[in-house]
Design a binder for this molecule. Sequence first.
Ligand SMILES: CC(C)(COP(=O)(O)OP(=O)(O)OC[C@H]1O[C@@H](n2cnc3c(N)ncnc32)[C@H](O)[C@@H]1OP(=O)(O)O)[C@@H](O)C(=O)NCCC(=O)NCCS
Length: 308
Amino acid sequence: MKGLEVLSTGYAKINHILDNQQLEKMVDTSDEWIVSRTGIKKRHISCKNSVDLAIEAAKEAIKNIDQSKIGLIVCATMTPANRMPSNACLIQAGLNLNEQDMMCFDISAACSGFVYAMTIVNSLLKTMDDRYALIIGSEQLSSIIDYQDRNTCILFGDGAGAMVVKNSQHAFYSYQNSAGNQEVLSAKNDPQDYFLKMKGQEVFKFAIKVIPESIDQVLNQAGLTLDDIDYVICHQANYRIIKHVYKKYRCPSDKFYMNLDEYGNTSAASIPLALATMNEKGLIKKGMKLILVGFGGGLTWGATLIEW
Ligand SMILES: CC(C)(COP(=O)(O)OP(=O)(O)OC[C@H]1O[C@@H](n2cnc3c(N)ncnc32)[C@H](O)[C@@H]1OP(=O)(O)O)[C@@H](O)C(=O)NCCC(=O)NCCS
C-alpha cells in the first residue's frame, strides 16, 4: 500500500522538570514506587498551552522544507487550547501559513491521536497531488491533572512533537479500533468533575491486550514479522506495559524504544516526541521499518507500520 515519506521532525523543548522527588513532597508517594510501577523518573511541565507547544515543535519541523507546499495541518490533542478555533488553525496562524490553500483540523483520539492522524493524513494526501502535511501531537496535560491525586499525577507530562510528510511509495499499513467507554479513562468538560480520571489496573489490562493485537494486525497486512521491523514505538505510558509486550514476542527490549523515564506519558504527543528525539539522535535511518502503536481514552487503539 502506498504511504508517506517523513521529511522532517521537531519537538518542543520544555525546560521545567517535575521529578519524582518533587512529587514526593506533593502527594503520598515515593520515587521507588513510581519507578518500579511505571519506569517514569520525571516529566516536563509547561505554562504554554497545546497551541504554543505545537507551534514550537512545528517551527523546528518546517524550518528546512518548502513551506508553500504545506496543504494540511492536523493536530492530535485532548487538551485543545479552545473549543473553537481548532489548534490546527491557530498553528497555521502562528506559522504564518495563512496565505495559502490549506485544510486545518484537530483530532480527538486521546493517546491514539497521532496514529489515527497518520492514517487520516495518508488518505487525504492521496487527493492533494504533491502537497505536504504537517502532523502534530501536542498536549498540556498538566492543565487537566489533579496534583493531589497520586493515581494520576505521577504519570503525565506536557509535550509536543511534529512531523512533515508527503506522498510516497513507502510501505504504509494501518489498523484502528475503538470501544465507547468513559468508565476507564476520562477527562470531562464538567467544571465539577474536571480532572483526568483513570482506573489504572483496567487500563493496564486493556493496554497489554490491544498493543499486540494492533502490532499483529499491521504485520499481517504487510506480510512481515517482528524480525523485519527496526523499531516499535508504543505510546509511552508505562515501562511495565511495554516490557510485557516485548516479553510476549520474545523480542529484544531495545527494539521497543522508550523515553518515558524522561517525559512520562504525554498522550497524543508521546509518539511524535519519541520519533523526533530518535531522529535527533540519528537512530532512525532511511528505509527502516517502524511500527507506531497508540492506545488510550475512548477507548481507542491502533497501529501504523511505516517505512522511514
Ligand atoms: C497506575 C498504575 C501504575 C498503578 O499500579 P498498580 O500496580 O496497578 O497499583 P494499584 O492501583 O493496584 O495500587 C497498589 C497500591 O498502591 C497505592 N498507590 C497508588 N498510586 C500510588 C502512588 N503514586 N504512590 C504510592 N502508592 C500508590 C494504591 O493506593 C494501592 O494501595 P493499597 O494496596 O493500600 O490499596 C498501573 O495500574 C498502571 O500503570 N496502569 C496503566 C495506566 C496508564 O498507562 N494510563 C494511561 C494510558 S493511556
